[in-house]
Design a protein around this ligand. Structure first.
Ligand SMILES: Nc1ncnc2c1ncn2[C@@H]1O[C@H](COP(=O)(O)OP(=O)(O)OP(=O)(O)O)[C@@H](O)[C@H]1O
Ligand SMILES: [Mg+2]
Length: 250
């Protein structure tokens, strides 16, 4: 049962909308993500999942609707302010600085060391310790001095995840963490998500890999043509006729 405390700590959107010209990318999206869960957001290509993420994290401004996090209205706030409120995110097309080393990427990710300061040699020892610990955690510490462009795509995804963790967010939004990643690294990403969740992090994961979604998530929300059309446990969602219809177009 949903308690008032949980409601107050959750991430909620009410009536969120975003159109691009005539394309209604997100329409009337009213969704509650309970804290402490691994939530999945699924839906066919173009159903509005990334646009929804972008509206929540301030990367694009919704046309209407509200986003609240732990009771605070964060609608249309700048991305860095939303990050400071405790929401971290990764991108569908992995974003790392290709010509910086793995360690430098993490020092820049946390933003307290800007690119200019970093290049001038200013490094905060505490941040370096934290970055190294996270590299061990995601399993790419042996690549600390390697330029990010020389990492495999899966390793870049792990680096991006470590970058998200640098800011110690309470809620982590991942846009297709397994997309384009080899099966061995998908397993590592899944284990990390589970471990971090056990430590109290809330996850919201957009993912097309259904095996991963069904094994990892506690709660699944299904988007179709910009709207959430169904939600529930993985078992329930898998057999929901509306979901089959959205995917198969029957
Ligand atoms: N910047 C943009 N300009 C114009 N149209 C856009 C823009 N971003 C998204 N769209 C359109 O909005 C709709 C939703 O796109 P979105 O990327 O949010 O879907 P998605 O569910 O993340 O898809 P996928 O699973 O393929 O990543 C699509 O029709 C897309 O073409
Ligand atoms: Mg997308």
């Amino acid at each position: 049962m949903t308690t008032t405390t949980q409601q107050a700590r959750s991430l909620e959107t009410v009536g969120l909308r975003k159109s691009f010209g005539g394309v209604h990318a997100v329409q009337d999206a009213t969704v509650t993500f309970q804290p402490g869960r691994i939530n999945a957001v699924i839906g066919p290509n173009g159903s509005g999942k990334t646009t929804f993420f972008n509206c929540v994290t301030g990367m694009i401004k919704p046309d209407s609707g509200t986003v609240t996090y732990r009771g605070e209205t964060i609608t249309r706030k700048a991305p860095h302010r939303i990050a400071r409120a405790g929401i971290g995110r990764s991108f569908q097309l992995c974003r790392v600085f290709p010509r910086m080393t793995v360690l430098e990427n993490l020092l820049v990710a946390v933003r307290r060391t800007g690119v200019v300061e970093l290049l001038a040699g200013a490094r905060n020892p505490e941040e370096i310790d934290r970055a190294r610990a996270l590299l061990v955690r995601v399993g790419i510490d042996h690549l600390e001095d390697t330029e990010a462009r020389n990492l495999s795509y899966g390793q870049q995804k792990l680096l991006e995840l470590a970058g998200v963790l640098m800011a110690d967010p309470d809620t982590i939004m991942l846009d297709e963490p397994a997309g384009g990643v080899n099966p061995a690294l998908i397993g590592r990403i899944a284990t990390l998500v589970q471990e971090l969740n056990a430590e109290g992090k809330t996850f919201i994961v957009v993912e097309h890999n259904m095996e991963l979604v069904m094994s990892l998530s506690h709660h699944v929300i299904v988007f179709d043509r910009g709207r959430p059309i169904a939600e529930g446990s993985p078992d329930v969602v898998q057999t929901d006729p509306r979901v089959l219809e959205a995917y198969l177009g029957v």
